[in-house]
Ligand binder design. Structure first.
Ligand SMILES: *[C@@H]1O[C@H](CO)[C@@H](O)[C@H](O)[C@H]1NC(C)=O
Ligand SMILES: *[C@@H]1O[C@H](CO)[C@@H](O)[C@H](O)[C@H]1NC(C)=O
Ligand SMILES: *[C@@H]1O[C@H](CO)[C@@H](O)[C@H](O)[C@H]1NC(C)=O
Ligand SMILES: *[C@@H]1O[C@H](CO)[C@@H](O)[C@H](O)[C@H]1NC(C)=O
Ligand SMILES: *[C@@H]1O[C@H](CO)[C@@H](O)[C@H](O)[C@H]1NC(C)=O
Ligand SMILES: *[C@@H]1O[C@H](CO)[C@@H](O)[C@H](O)[C@H]1NC(C)=O
Length: 363
């Protein structure tokens, strides 16, 4: 009896502490989705990809740069805020190292009660560990080196790896359930990310089919969507960037209710800017003073429309104790956020379940 009581008290403490660290609404957005494409020059993308429709529904960055000509280092730069020159897919001369063993923005977000997820096309799920799927270079569509969440060493073989690295079908399901996470990546397969030889021939029909869904999802979730390319295909260290191409200049488009429509941003941005935007949105500390810490957030974004919506909300005060707890701008609680806040985080749920099993053992 005593142990059951102890278990229940402990459980309620865990749930309360989960509630007290509940997420706040962001300065610009409630959710951000990063769609990462591969290896293309700004000029080629502009000429060949018909996403001009998406751009006219958002902002095109005309001065945005990739950071490394090793693809996987660009993904890690967005997650960890610095350029890890040891991250490498491996070849005959250098062994593979697709292991992120240091803190990332995912740790910060999860610790604060924000939800994160990766939607991975052509991924088998189940915390798949091999470098490609199918595990055959002639047919592979999924590559670990283009799958940043799969590089987090400490998640391997854990329930977090299973639940936070999903398939692209999970994206449609989460949109349908109005359950998009606060921070997510969409990883197109190697035909749809323009990596393969016939780049836009394969990618365009997919983008045309998915683009309208991305626009709808952005409105629904008050989300900033960003589609960028990891690096330019041209590389002055290997062969010249001819015909007006600029080394590492990539196309980047953004859309969502907080993004000015039909505009260009001509300021200089790079992948660190994405990390910095997430941090500034939710008041997180930058991870590295030379990387994300030295970058500027996307300051052209409009203020979060759902913050405005909350001030005109007709939700009766006192109907929910939680909604009265915060009133400062930037952390205003709305009916929506307090409802989400009651959901335990993955960590909270895991700890709570462990405590329940513990109390069962003591019984
Ligand atoms: C973008 O907006 C325009 C109107 O400005 C609309 O005609 C078009 O269908 C939209 N694009 C997409 C992909 O939904
Ligand atoms: C910050 O980044 C630099 C390289 O840009 C790296 O040498 C250093 O170890 C990083 N520091 C931390 C704390 O991650
Ligand atoms: C990276 O992690 C894998 C799987 O855990 C391991 O087999 C490999 O040796 C690690 N590589 C390096 C360079 O640490
Ligand atoms: C934005 O930049 C593109 C590519 O350079 C250009 O074609 C387009 O006219 C620009 N749009 C605006 C509104 O300046
Ligand atoms: C900060 O970024 C600028 C370019 O945006 C660069 O010139 C400078 O060296 C960076 N500083 C550090 C400490 O990395
Ligand atoms: C929110 O309200 C403020 C003050 O009324 C206004 O300046 C701002 O443009 C609004 N933002 C949006 C996204 O509607």
């Amino acid at each position: 009896m005593v142990s059951v009581k102890f278990g229940l008290i402990a459980l309620s403490i865990v749930l309360q502490s989960t509630l007290s660290q509940a997420k706040v609404k962001g300065k610009w957005f409630d959710s951000i989705g990063i769609i990462m494409s591969e290896n293309e020059d700004f000029l080629v993308t502009m000429a060949q990809q018909p996403f001009i429709d998406l751009a006219s529904n958002g902002t095109l960055a005309t001065n945005y740069f990739g950071l490394s000509h090793v693809s996987e280092q660009n993904y890690v730069a967005i997650l960890a805020g610095w350029l890890d020159s040891d991250i490498y897919r491996g070849d005959s001369g250098t062994p593979a190292n697709l292991n992120i063993t240091y803190p990332t923005i995912l740790d910060q977000l999860l610790a604060q009660g924000y939800t994160v997820k990766q939607y991975t096309e052509s991924y088998p799920g189940g915390c798949y560990l091999a470098d490609m799927y199918p595990d055959d270079p002639n047919t592979a569509l999924y590559y670990k080196r283009h799958s940043p969440f799969n590089m987090i060493s400490k998640w391997r073989g854990t329930p977090l790896c299973e639940s936070l690295i999903g398939t692209y079908d999970d994206f449609a399901a989460d949109v349908a359930n109005n359950n998009l996470p606060n921070y997510f990546w969409i990883i197109p397969n190697d035909l749809h990310n323009t990596h393969s030889a016939d780049t836009f021939v394969d990618a365009n029909p997919w983008t045309a089919a998915e683009g309208p869904k991305w626009l709808t999802a952005a409105k629904q979730a008050d989300a900033l969507f960003i589609n960028t390319w990891d690096e330019s295909r041209c590389d002055n260290n290997k062969y010249p960037c001819d015909g007006g191409k600029i080394d590492q200049l990539v196309a980047t488009i953004m859309w969502g209710p907080m993004v000015p429509k039909g505009q260009n941003t001509t300021k200089r941005w790079d992948h660190y800017s994405v990390a910095r935007t997430v941090e500034e949105n939710w008041g997180l500390t930058p991870l590295n003073s030379t990387g994300d810490g030295n970058a500027t957030a996307f300051d052209f974004l409009l203020s979060n429309p759902s913050l405005n919506a909350s001030t005109t909300s007709s939700t009766p005060m006192g109907a929910s104790g939680a909604s009265a707890s915060s009133s400062s701008a930037g952390s205003a609680s709305t009916a929506k956020s307090s409802a989400l806040a009651i959901k335990p985080t993955v960590f909270g749920a895991t700890i709570a379940i462990s405590l329940l099993s513990l109390s069962a053992i003591f019984l």
